[in-house]
Design a protein around this ligand. Sequence first.
Ligand code: IPD
Length: 262
Amino acid sequence: MDVAELEGIAAEISREAGDLARRRRAEGVRIAATKSALADIVTDADREVEQLIRDRLAARRPDDGFVGEESDAQPGTSGITWVVDPIDGTVNYAYGIPHYAVSIAAVIGEPTPEAWTALAGVVFTPVVDELFRASRGGGAWLGEERLAVSTPTDAGALVATGFGYDPATHADDLARVARFMPLARDLRRGGAASLDLAYVAAGRLDAYVERGLHPWDHAAGALLVTEAGGVVGGAPGGRPGREMTIATSSELFETLSSAIYR
Ligand code: IPD
């Protein structure tokens, strides 16, 4: 398995997809549908960008599976599945906030909560023009810079979070923020999970905590964090995902997890 080749394919396609997203945004955006909640929206551009990624992957890797946020999953025969969020941060995108990204990961097996392993992943933010990339065992990179998670200081952590789309969980989400705030220097809610994870990998954030994520939100970003020397975990004893995703340095992980679950 050539993980560098998978990373290269993802990088190339993410650039083309990001350019399309940026151009469509400049032409004006229409919210095509509101899905499970007011914040859970899809634009015409999300669908068009996902189709482009799907077509490019099918041309380059016809035997691989595909799981995307905006279209039906397609099982493959190669054992590799591509996990894609065409525009992560759709609410930012719809409102003209440039903090959004294309997220593409190649994983072994189906991206079920039980078991999957990321081989390569990229997070590309087209407005800022930053391409974060990682392959299993090959490190996490931004251009020529090898990324490393931050080392904790006594000053407190810069922690990002997000709020899942299920309104029934929001009171709990806010209570969770109150529990970890004593450890934090400050809080961020960027609105794009893949970028929150990429920023943890780059040491721009010390930690990221959110529940309710789907595989396309975190498959690429989680690989960036682990390849940058960090840890990505879930609820105690569980995998990262719907229940909880905590991404930070190994030094901070237990402290943060204990504060959240105390
Ligand atoms: C969402 C964003 C947001 C996070 C949500 C995600 P989308 O993805 O990453 O930051 O809080 O949980 O679903 O819908 O914009 O692709």
